[in-house]
Each structure stands twice: as C-alpha cells, then as structure tokens.
Design a protein around this ligand. Structure first.
Ligand SMILES: [Zn+2]
Length: 274
C-alpha cells in the first residue's frame, strides 16, 4: 500500500509566516487535513507529522523539530513526503503557488512529482504557477524518499491571503494535490461524493490567463543572459516593466538596483537558493 507522510508546516510556538491577520501554521494544518482525507479516500495510507496546533517536538529547537518530521517519514518508509507551507515576500505583489525540491533531485522522479502537483493545484485554483524551485530545506535534505514542499500561496499578497483564509479554497488545493499524487503513483483518483462544497473553483470574474511559457512574449532575450533573466523573474528579484516587457538592453537605474538588491537579500535571508 502506498504510504504518504503529510507535514503541515510549523505549529505551536512557531506560527510560521504571519500576515493579513492570518498565521501560516493554522492554514497549513487545515489544508493538510483535507489532503489526508482526500488521499485516504483514494486508498492511500497517510501519516501526519502533526494533527494539532503544536510542534512535532514541542520542547525541541526548530531545527530538531524539522529533523523529527523527516524522521517520521524515514522510520515509516514512506513513499512520499509532502510538507505544506504558505509563502511570504517583501513585495506584496508577488503571488502564486510553487513546489520546492532538494537541489540534487532536479531531473528525477521527485521533480516529476513536484511538477505534477504544482500544475494540478494551479490549474484547479487559477493561481499563478510559479513552478518548481530548489532549496536546501532540512525536511527535503533529511528525508530518504520522494520529498516535496508546497508553498501554497503568499500570505503577504492581500488577495491571495483572502483566498488562503477560505476553507473551500484550501479544500480545492488539497483535492488538486491529491489528484496529482494519485497520478504520480498511477492510482485512480476518487473525488468527494458530496457535491458541496464544490471541488471546482468558484466562478471568477475573468478566467485566469494561462501561464505563458515565455514571461516576456515576443521579446528577444539575449541567449547568453536568457536563463539568468528567467531566474530573476521566477524568483521575483526582477519583474520587468509594468507593461509586461523586460527590455534586456535597457540600463538599470539606481532605484531599480536598490529594489532588486533588497528582494535578493530577502531571498538569501530566508535561506533560499535561486
Ligand atoms: Zn513555512
């Protein structure tokens, strides 16, 4: 039987990200419980690292607590470890969903799992698909199986915070993640039988635009700087002009440089690699 360990990020005295009147630890637990229910419905065995508002190791350091989460997955020989989180950033405009994997797992089954999950949730919710990032997170480093960390949206973006606060929205995210996990394991996804609350997203005033492969369509990016430009765009360090162009040949003003440096500093401070 397929075994998935679900890890709701933070808990207890560690609230995680706090913003717009919400605490990350509560959102992650609520979403994780929906994900557990959905996976169990599909015949997948689930172990949660926590089911209450507490750390896994209430008296340990945060670093010991993270190791304990990984240890639960290792000890039970899980097939998949999925840690659920909520993101934050200094720039409130940044929003969307991303899935993080350990750097050495690029191009492996782990990346396939991450890609499947991020695509499925972004499609179900209409959130911006920020795709797959790599980072040296303890829970990814210390787990001995396919391990992914979902950053399910930005609490620092008022509109996304509003959605993350909604039970119905978290359920849509969890069902979409469950569908992706079933697909990853080649198992049939069994949807909820109750039609309400609907597993489909609420009607939106404008349908979400599909995420373009190219963030700056029609623009010729210089080949030698192309991947760097896509990276600074993906990480939010440089976002291009308001009209959606990047203008690779334009000079940088001192003001633009200051903004980019602060965003980069923010990434580094949070222990993120690009
Ligand atoms: Zn977190």
């Amino acid at each position: 039987m397929t075994l998935v360990v679900i890890d709701p990020g933070h808990g207890g005295r560690d609230p995680g990200t706090v913003g717009n009147g919400l605490q990350e630890k509560m959102i992650t637990l609520a979403a994780a419980i929906h994900l557990r229910d959905a996976l169990q419905r599909c015949g997948i065995q689930v172990i949660m690292t926590r089911t209450t508002d507490s750390l896994v190791l209430p008296n340990g350091t945060v670093s010991q607590d993270l190791s304990a989460r990984a240890e639960i997955a290792n000890r039970n020989k899980a097939d998949l470890f999925i840690s659920w989180h909520v993101d934050s950033f200094s720039n409130p405009d940044v929003h969307g969903i991303s899935v993080w994997i350990y750097p050495s797992t690029r191009g492996t089954e782990t990346e396939r799992a991450a890609q499947t999950i991020v695509n499925s949730v972004a499609q179900a919710t209409g959130q911006t698909n920020r795709r797959v990032f790599v980072a040296d997170f303890a829970v990814l480093r210390e787990t001995g199986m396919t391990a992914v960390l979902v950053e399910s949206g930005f609490l620092t973006n008022p509109e996304e915070a509003n959605r993350l606060a909604s039970e119905a929205f978290r359920r849509i995210q969890a069902e979409a993640a469950a569908r992706a996990i079933c697909e990853y394991f080649n198992l049939p996804y069994v949807g909820p039988t109750q039609p309400s609350p609907s597993p489909t997203p609420p009607p939106q005033p404008t349908p979400p635009a599909p995420v373009p492969e190219e963030p700056f369509p029609g623009e010729e990016l210089p080949e030698w700087a192309r991947s760097a430009i896509l990276q600074v765009y993906q990480t939010g360090v440089m976002t291009g002009y308001e009209n959606g162009t990047f203008r690779a040949e334009n000079p940088v003003t001192r003001a633009e440089l200051a903004v980019a440096l602060v965003r980069l500093y923010d990434l580094i401070r949070k222990g993120r690699t690009m």
